[in-house]
Design a protein around this ligand. Structure first.
Ligand SMILES: [Fe+2]
Length: 255
């Protein structure tokens, strides 16, 4: 066959193919695709929920500016996930705004993953029913609800991870482990600690929440207990101790 005829045959063959099928690996099953879409829906629902809390906390009647300074601590050792957090969040985002941005970013990431042979099929997002009470300002209900939302995301991620492993889609499983699960586990614990603090201070209406709000402001926007919830920070601390001990041994050796 002449070279031009050969080229024409190849072009004709490829033109007739569904390129999505060429991209799609066999472990990217329809069940997995549906579960990814389900998790995107979960993240977008959470995004709207956190947006609503952010809007409520910005009202003059509530004005919880200490909460507005909250940041997720960037971790030196969490690779892309840590880098991503630093890049995405601006300094003036609030606790809830950061949570909302993170949910949106995660939904976006999974939407990109779907494009490896799958399809994006958005579904209706239910409006959040939460209302941050302002008379009196009552943060326990909203923080408890936020904890439930973070936990729901974590449990859905675990289901997705289990399915990815079951069907042998190890690339998704690895990324879920690296990018999503570690930080999400920490978010649940961070919010559980915040809930405990909020419950404790709410026993003195008004004054207690004022002090917690001020404590959050005094820590430059970081949850004061945030570091102790990140196992990777323990690794960093150990590494730092070992480095210091190594330097001291070297100095002693030189004496
Ligand atoms: Fe989260």
């Amino acid at each position: 066959m002449a070279p031009t005829e050969d080229a024409a045959r190849i072009i004709s063959e490829v033109s007739a193919k569904n390129i999505d099928d060429c991209v799609r690996v066999s472990s990217f099953t329809h069940e997995l695709e549906e579960s990814i879409r389900g998790h995107i829906h979960e993240e977008l629902t959470s995004w709207l929920f956190f947006r609503k809390l952010a809007a409520d906390c910005s009202r003059a009647n509530i004005a919880l500016h200490g909460f507005a300074l909250y940041v997720y601590l960037p971790s030196n050792t969490s690779g892309l996930a840590g880098q991503h957090r630093v890049d995405v969040f601006a300094d003036d985002d609030s606790l809830w705004e950061r949570s909302a941005i993170e949910s949106l970013a995660d939904a976006h990431w999974l939407e990109k993953y779907l494009q490896r042979g799958g399809r994006c099929k958005p579904t209706d997002i239910e409006a959040p029913k939460i209302e941050f009470s302002d008379n009196p300002v009552e943060p326990v209900g909203p923080v408890r609800e936020a904890l439930a939302v973070e936990k729901r995301i974590l449990e859905d991620l675990e289901r997705l991870m289990a399915l990815a492993n079951k069907v042998g889609n190890y690339s998704l499983a690895a990324m879920l482990d690296k990018r999503f699960l570690c930080k999400q586990t920490r978010h649940v614990k961070d919010l559980a600690d915040l809930l405990q603090q909020v419950v404790r201070v709410s026993k003195q209406p008004g004054l207690g929440i004022f002090h917690l709000d001020r404590e959050l402001r005094c820590h430059d926007g970081c949850l004061p207990w945030g570091k102790s919830n990140d196992p990777e920070m323990i690794d960093c601390a150990l590494q730092s101790i070992c480095t210091t001990l190594g330097k001291e041994e070297k100095l002693l050796g030189n004496c």
